[in-house]
Structure formats: structure tokens, C-alpha cells
Write a protein that binds this ligand. Structure first.
Ligand code: URA
Length: 233
């Protein structure tokens, strides 16, 4: 016995919120009758969406990909470029959890669990994302502090961040940056705000979940405790 929106989400139809919208719009029927929000169903219920039977609760996949640069974080690219989905051999409709730029590499989660994907990307949940970056020139202490305290991107101040210098010479600085927002090109724009250009960017962690030794372009399935960890973030 479970709520219809959860049942539909587990069948891979969308997030619970998206499923509620389908129910409200009258696209969902249970045992031949238009379904109501909050309705309870069980495994014997005959559930249809736009007239098509859904059932056999879909297996949920939780995947960590080490995205290489040179591919787009999208399910299908209109320009025919390589996408992150080209690296994964799973026959399910997967979502990418957030986005990495074309030239950014590193940890990208892929799943068909719409609820988890929404949870991890919703700004309210302030999930930490950690990046290693190489920038041109030296990052001065006042610039580092400015980035930590917040800089303006398109007129809006960024939230507190962590910026740690790992290595520095006159030509380059290697830093580790942790942010919990997910604005477009955020790390690059934070450096840009203090006059620095990012030459290399790689995401190495989401919360405490780390990329580890996964090679570029390779993926692995998360284990149960990693999935539980993400669900409880
Ligand atoms: N910040 C960026 O600037 N680019 C990314 O791909 C991720 C975070």
C-alpha cells in the first residue's frame, strides 16, 4: 500500500511532484477511474498514465560517472554532441543530478529516482559540492576570503563557500572549492569575480561521497549505504 505519486515515481514516471501534476491534470487512472491526489494503491491496482499501463515497479539505478571533458550534461543533444548518457550502458530513463560544463570533468550522479535527484539539486538542501581547480596566476588571501564570504554573480551574492589553496606558484594556483549552491558556471564565475580564470575544473565530491579512483569516462553503481547516505542528506 503506498501513495499513488510514490508508486508512479518508483515506476520511473517522474518525481513525486511531477506525478502529482499528472494526477491533478487527470492523466492518471486507477482501476479505470480518474485518480485523485493522495490516493493509495497497491501492487494489484491497475494504474494507467495517458491510457498506458504502468506497473512492475521500475528498478532504481544510482550511478556515479566520472564525466570527462568534451561532453554535454544532457540526455539528448540537439547538435549531436557526445552526452554524459553515452558513457552509461543502462536501459532506463536516467536523469543527471545537476550539471557539469562541457569542459568540466568529475563526479556526476545519474539516476532514475526523480525524488532523490530533486532533493540533491534543490538549493534549500544546501548539499556541498567540492571541486578541484587550477587557475591562472596567484590567488591572494583577500581574494580567497572574498570568495569565501560571497561575491556578486549577475548582481546576486553567492552563499558562504570554502576555498582552500593546495599549491601555488607565480603562474598557477591549485585550489579546492566547496559550494552548496548550484548556479550556472558558479565556480568559474566566482573566480572571474576576483579577476581569475579557471583553466581546469573537476568535481571530486558531493557531500562526503567522493569520486575516488574512478577513471575518466567510467561509471559505477553506488552501494546501498551510499544510496542511504544520499537519501538522508
Ligand atoms: N562550476 C562551474 O563553473 N562549472 C561547472 O561545471 C560546475 C561548477
Amino acid at each position: 500500500m503506498l501513495r499513488l505519486n510514490k508508486y508512479l515515481a518508483d515506476c520511473g514516471i517522474g518525481s513525486r511532484r511531477e506525478c502529482d501534476e499528472l494526477i491533478s491534470a487527470g492523466f492518471v487512472k486507477v482501476n479505470g477511474k480518474t485518480a485523485a491526489l493522495g490516493q493509495i494503491v497497491d501492487d494489484n491496482s491497475h494504474v494507467t498514465v495517458r491510457g498506458k499501463r504502468v506497473g512492475d515497479k521500475q528498478k532504481l539505478y544510482y550511478i556515479m560517472l566520472n564525466k570527462p571533458k568534451g561532453c554535454v550534461t544532457t540526455v539528448k543533444d540537439d547538435l549531436g554532441r557526445k552526452t554524459v548518457m553515452d558513457f552509461v550502458d543502462v536501459k532506463a530513463r536516467l536523469y543527471h543530478v545537476g550539471r557539469l560544463d562541457y569542459d568540466t570533468e568529475g563526479l556526476l550522479l545519474l539516476t532514475n529516482d526523480g525524488d532523490l535527484s530533486n532533493k540533491l539539486t534543490h538549493p534549500r538542501n544546501e548539499i556541498n559540492k567540492t571541486y578541484v581547480c587550477r587557475i591562472s596566476g596567484a590567488l591572494k588571501e583577500n581574494e580567497r576570503l572574498q570568495m569565501e564570504r560571497g561575491v556578486l554573480i549577475d548582481g546576486v551574492k553567492t552563499a558562504r563557500a570554502k576555498v582552500r589553496i593546495v599549491e601555488q606558484d607565480q603562474h598557477h594556483t591549485r585550489c579546492e572549492v566547496t559550494i552548496h549552491e548550484g548556479r550556472n558556471h558558479q565556480v568559474k564565475k566566482m573566480f572571474e569575480a576576483v579577476g581569475k580564470e579557471v583553466e581546469f575544473l573537476k568535481r571530486i565530491a558531493v557531500g562526503d561521497l567522493r569520486l575516488g579512483g574512478l577513471n575518466r569516462g567510467e561509471y559505477r553503481f553506488l552501494n546501498d549505504s551510499e544510496v542511504e547516505y544520499l537519501k538522508n542528506l
